[in-house]
Design a protein around this ligand. Structure first.
Ligand SMILES: [Zn+2]
Length: 308
């Protein structure tokens, strides 16, 4: 059974350490070898600019990650294909794996629309407006002010709509979330869990989950222990709990997975890397029919994630 994983931070790790080899480095949780062996069909790769990068250098850092994506991830491996649309995904042959380029937070663009348009032209097909703090576009989930989108943020969403680019609400403040629901044509959450089960500001409250379901969008459950159990340890059962909860809110056709591999300090037990996805799949098949499991692993994301 193959799967689509909607978020990982491999580019960030490879940006920090240029000696990392994507094929089989033991410094990575997502490697090409792991994708091949676990049955992955599509993996999203996020451009994430750490706050330690000086604001003047952030756009350059994002270009550097775009370069890593093309030079070190796609180019050496012809069976790894850039996916920018549902059509691209449908064209993938049995031995091919799709790679999606995403932007996690608009820190890279500052308040310069040309920088955003450039990244979209370079192949970015999903944009998260913030990381955890505030930027020129909006407030992040951990920003105490809790403001929504700025005027520039509204222009950013307009631009995303024009480019048929997805707008990722993971990491966004609650008010920002509702602004995006109102303004964006293709909102979704790439890596967020249920707040009711785990009250962390990075998670989505019931009315947010219901809003995404109502407008036929998708939520990627993430494997970050802090967002699953509220502690630094979690199990696959916790992932199933969040999945079950979103299904109970009516989300059987609107839920998938966004691991956040290579972006976290702690891991879920028995799910420490992409290689272990089959452990999750085995657990899912205990509780759900194979057609439901196929939806959670791939179909829900591809249908609504890449509605381009
Ligand atoms: Zn994240």
């Amino acid at each position: 059974m193959y799967f689509f994983d909607a978020h990982c931070d491999v580019l960030y790790k490879m940006f920090l350490d240029p000696t990392i080899d994507f094929y089989h480095s033991d410094k990575l949780q997502v490697t090409l070898k792991g994708l091949e062996q676990s049955g992955a069909k599509i993996q999203s790769f996020a451009i994430y600019i750490p706050e330690t990068v000086h604001p003047d250098m952030r756009f350059h850092a994002s270009l550097k990650m775009v370069d890593i994506f093309y030079e070190k991830i796609l180019k050496p491996y012809p069976h790894l294909k850039l996916v920018q649309s549902q059509k691209d995904a449908a064209r993938l042959q049995a031995n091919e794996i799709g790679a999606i380029l995403t932007l996690e937070g608009c820190e890279a663009i500052g308040s310069d629309m040309v920088k955003l348009k450039t990244l979209l032209r370079l192949g970015v097909t999903s944009v998260g407006l913030t990381w955890n703090n505030a930027n020129a576009v909006a407030d992040g989930a951990l920003e105490p002010r809790g403001a929504g989108l700025s005027l520039f943020g509204r222009e950013v969403v307009d631009q995303l709509n024009k480019h048929h680019c997805l707008c990722d609400v993971s990491h966004l403040s609650e008010q920002g979330f509702w602004d995006v629901i109102e303004l964006a044509s293709l909102p979704y959450a790439s890596h967020s869990n249920a707040y009711t089960l785990c009250p962390h500001p990075r998670n989505l409250r019931d009315d947010q989950i219901k809003a995404l379901i109502e407008i036929n969008r998708v939520i990627g459950i993430t494997f970050v222990p802090e967002f699953l159990s509220g502690t630094t340890s979690a199990s696959i059962t916790d992932i199933v709990r969040h999945l079950d909860y979103i299904c109970a809110l009516g989300g059987e056709n609107h839920v998938g997975f966004g691991s956040d591999f290579d972006g976290t300090t702690h891991s879920v037990k028995d799910l420490q890397s992409i290689n272990h996805y089959p452990h999750l799949i085995d657990e899912l098949t205990k509780y759900y029919s194979s057609s439901q499991v196929e939806k959670f692993l791939y179909k829900n994301l591809i249908k609504r994630y890449a509605a381009r």
